[in-house]
Design a protein. Structure first.
Lengths: 110, 114
């Protein structure tokens, strides 16, 4: 059970911002939210993770709702290389592994 | 810094055979996890090794087994192959066994069982 809900697919124009939503309504106080992406013919790669506060790194931003029941991965300017499947993953406190759902397939149009 | 490597890239086996897949973890990483990814699905956790000991297992039968070596490289062994074992097998390495450490994935081994 992935414990997160994401749209199956989204589409974006190149050089425009992309907001990828994720619902995790049963999240508990110590659960982290992780985002990984998988480019075609590659293994997944880490994008970003957070607990409560919004997070920024060189790849993306993560906006976490105040009630933590949802979050949004923001790609500030989509490029063709950002076309991938994006996975939103919730990790429990304790020693549990990454549980992937089907993710959101992002298509970027030139 | 050398990334995660896996071998072989592709493999074809027949039902009932046994297979060994190999993974070299990223330099400085002592934890390796294995995942199975069926076509169109997200990766599913098989097991994790930390300092040569199994440190967690997903919902996979005992015919899926593993090893981790002193240099932290790892093997995934699958016995009595079934058609449904056809998938992309991914390994991921990280530093330490904590959840919050970024996992680095290899490119995977594509296994086809005929």
């Amino acid at each position: 059970d992935a414990k997160t809900t994401q749209p199956n697919s989204m589409e974006s124009n190149e050089e425009e911002p992309v907001h990828l939503p994720c619902n995790h309504s049963t999240i508990s106080g110590t659960d982290y939210i992780h985002w990984y992406r998988q480019l075609p013919s590659q293994g997944p790669e880490y994008v970003i993770h957070g607990l409560t506060s919004n997070v920024n790194n060189r790849m993306a931003s993560l906006a976490i709702a105040e009630d933590r029941k949802s979050s949004t991965l923001i790609l500030h300017r989509a490029t063709l290389r950002d076309a991938a499947v994006y996975y939103c993953i919730r990790t429990d406190s304790g020693n549990t592994p990454l549980v992937f759902g089907k993710g959101t397939r992002l298509s970027v149009i030139a | 810094e050398t990334g995660v490597t896996q071998s072989p890239t592709h493999l074809i086996k027949t039902r009932g055979q046994q297979v060994t897949l190999r993974c070299s973890s990223q330099s400085g990483h002592n934890t390796v996890s294995w995942y199975q990814q069926a076509l169109g699905q997200g990766p599913q956790f098989i097991f994790q090794y930390y300092r040569e000991e199994e440190n967690g297992r997903g919902n996979f039968p005992p015919r899926f087994s593993g090893l981790q070596f002193p240099n932290y490289s790892s093997e995934l062994n699958v016995n009595a192959l079934e058609l449904d074992d056809s998938a992309l097998y991914l390994c991921a390495s990280t530093r330490g066994a904590g959840l919050y450490n970024e996992q680095f994935f290899g490119p995977g081994t594509r296994l086809t069982v005929l």
